[in-house]
Design a protein around this ligand. Sequence first.
Ligand SMILES: NC(=O)c1ccc[n+]([C@@H]2O[C@H](COP(=O)([O-])OP(=O)(O)OC[C@H]3O[C@@H](n4cnc5c(N)ncnc54)[C@H](OP(=O)(O)O)[C@@H]3O)[C@@H](O)[C@H]2O)c1
Length: 265
Amino acid sequence: MKLYAILGDPVAHSISPIMHNHAFKKLGFDGCYTRYRLQEGSMLKERFKDLALKGANITVPHKEWAYKEADEVLGIAQQIEAVNTWIEKDGKILGYNTDAPGFFESVKEFEFETLLILGAGGTAKAIALYLRAKGYDPLILNRTKERLRFFQELGFKTYTWDDFEPRALDLIVNTTSAGLEDQSLPAPKELLVPLFQKAKYAVDVIYNKITPFLALARSMGLQTKDGTDMLLYQGVLAFEIFTDFHYDKKSIEEAMRKGLELLDR
Ligand SMILES: NC(=O)c1ccc[n+]([C@@H]2O[C@H](COP(=O)([O-])OP(=O)(O)OC[C@H]3O[C@@H](n4cnc5c(N)ncnc54)[C@H](OP(=O)(O)O)[C@@H]3O)[C@@H](O)[C@H]2O)c1
């Protein structure tokens, strides 16, 4: 049996084990997926080897370590400089980022051309770079200046709350952690309301929750989505990597959705 795990801190709340284990069972793959709380990012490779893992997902706060410690980084993860999926192949650790394509997959049903990303952390980087590679030109709005430098150096249009003028944009994405454990909005209401008046869609990457951001957008008639589908699709793409692209995406997605239905929410 091949062993897989999610490594990060915290991981107790993670729903990845139920998604992956259900898919292993439904598709008849001899694998098991567990969780491991890892506090020290520098121990990532050692633990991966000690636990004899075949593959892993790496979550907060170790995605940059996962990028640095992989023997080879493939795809968009090279630009994002953050990795959330490892697979051991011929004695080497290969690293991928499935968060960004997972997000893109989750918003495919929306017809948008222009978008604003709220936040400038790891998730914002991943989404902005991936969407740019797909031909979009996302604007970035963050509470403070420091994290915007990364985006400015790459030529993105960036704003803080002080210099942003609301305008017509199709899709507004919250990648901040505002609303995760509190009731705060990711930007002042005076900026969000005029944005929502002209937007069509609002997406929050926080999952399993109607955040104040989503509640406001809904109350103003926008089509909304939380981060559950992003999580699901990053899992589907990781599963494909774990099982060497042996199963088709639709079957993996179906099995994972069934796994999520088992959760007592
Ligand atoms: N659904 C999924 O599959 C998925 C995948 C990945 C991540 N996520 C979620 O994405 C969120 C962000 O993760 P991350 O790793 O990108 O975080 P991060 O790198 O720590 O970045 C956090 C960002 O949020 C901003 N922020 C934090 N609190 C805020 C507040 N109260 N008001 C306004 N802005 C605030 C920060 O602004 P400053 O620069 O001003 O501090 C920063 O831009 C988390 O909630 C995580 O759970 C979901």
